[in-house]
Design a protein around this ligand. Structure first.
Ligand code: IPE
Ligand code: IPE
Ligand code: MG
Length: 244
């Protein structure tokens, strides 16, 4: 059921799902328990976003810098990913979510790569939402990878003359993905932490104090209401809420 919503909605809504650790700490639980609660919340948010009729959603699930955490926490996160998708991938597919994984996936454990391969090989016949899950993703890494791909083209010198901002997109992980219109970061921190650096050029940013596992339907509505009031000018004079 699509919710009635007369205000401008983002075409692409992105989340930096932060605060799982603090959520767990407040409850005397392990950080891994916080990540499990965060994963359950991701499933809920995905369905709420589908209800709004938003077509693209991305989430920052594991950054290229998150390997700096303890082995115990990293291992817990790496186990959680296949566990989560074994439980919910079919259901999410039935609800119309086409899932894409974005990042340096070949560095992920074999079990994670296996389920990623299965999910991406079986997209829903018709989909309502493209869901991009950023795993071992870093914006700087993505840009460096893009330059490497460009340099490996058959005629790099000819490419150098032709390359512009539009054609450079073809070397990014998801060339077809529209840029995020709204990036929501939970848990109070006001930074991008290396998320969508290229694509975030004109994204609206929204910071919620709520920890990700507690981020509820009302919090989402508040973020979308705030977005609908933003004046997007893209460097011009007049506000333009259409997508460039
Ligand atoms: C975000 O929650 C999830 C990941 C980075 C994987 P955190 O684990 O960063 O939670 P805090 O910021 O420590 O509370
Ligand atoms: C950003 O959160 C990464 C993810 C949500 C996956 P972090 O918790 O890793 O970011 P910093 O370290 O506070 O900047
Ligand atoms: Mg954090």
């Amino acid at each position: 059921m699509i919710q009635a919503h007369d205000k401008p909605l983002p075409q692409h809504l992105a989340f930096i799902m932060d605060g799982n650790g603090r959520w767990a700490q407040d409850r005397g639980l392990s950080r891994s328990a916080g990540h499990r609660a965060g994963a359950e919340r991701l499933r809920d948010v995905c369905y709420w976003v589908l209800d709004y009729g938003i077509c693209h959603m991305s989430v920052y699930a594991f950054s290229t810098e998150n390997w700096r955490r303890s082995t115990q926490e990293v291992n817990g996160l790496m186990r959680l990913i296949p566990d989560f998708f074994h439980r919910y991938a079919a259901e999410m597919r039935d609800q119309g979510a086409r899932i894409h994984f974005v990042g340096d996936l070949d560095q992920l454990p074999a079990a994670t790569q296996k389920i990623i391969g299965q999910i991406q090989a079986n997209p829903p016949e018709t989909h309502k939402l493209d869901l991009y899950i950023c795993l071992n993703y870093g914006g700087r890494r993505e840009i460096v990878r893009a330059v490497q791909k460009a340099l490996r083209s058959p005629d790099p010198l000819a490419l150098a003359d032709q390359l512009d901002e539009d054609s450079f997109r073809n070397f990014l992980y998801q060339p077809q993905m529209p840029d995020p219109d709204l990036i929501v970061r939970t848990a109070g921190e006001q930074r991008l932490s290396n998320f969508w650096l290229w694509q975030a050029a004109y994204a609206e940013l929204y910071f919620s104090p709520v920890y990700w596992p507690d981020f509820g339907q009302a919090d989402l509505a508040q973020a979308l209401d705030a977005y609908s009031l933003r004046q997007r000018r893209y460097g011009g004079e007049k506000s333009d809420n259409t997508h460039p």
